[in-house]
Design a protein. Sequence first.
Length: 152
Amino acid sequence: MKKLNGWQRLWILVVCIYLLLVIFVSWSSFPQKSPILQDWAIAVLELEKRYDPSITNLDSWRIRFKYSEKGITDEQFIKKLKENSAQKSSQYKLDFQAIEKQYRKKMDDLYSKRIEHIGNSILFWVLPSIFLYFLGVAIGWVYKGFRSRDNG
C-alpha cells in the first residue's frame, strides 16, 4: 500500500474541515415545517382581519404571539380558525380554502425540498473537494517539473 504524500494529507485535512463547514451551513438552512406553519397562521389571521372589523387594527404577529404564550401551536391555531370558519360567509370559506390549498402544497413539497437540500449539500462538498485535489496534483506536477530541470 502506497503512503500518502504531503499534498494528499493536506487535501484530506482541508476537505474534512470543509465538510464540517458544509454540515453546519446545511443544518442551519435545512427546510423546516415551522416557518411554513407560521406563515400559514399569519395568512389566515390576515384573512380573519379582512372579515372581522373588531381585529382589523391589530397586528397579526402580536395576536399570534399572544396565542403562542398560552401554549397554542401554529397547527392548533390554524385548526381553531378553520373550525370558526364554518360560521362565516361563503366568500370567507372560499378564501380560507385557497389559503389552505396553497400551504398544504408547501407542506407536501417539504419532503422533496429536504431531499434536494441534502443532495445540493453533498454536491457542494464533493465538487470543490475533487477540484481541490486535482489542483493540488497540478501544482505538484508543475513543482516537480521545475525541480527536475534544476537537478538536470
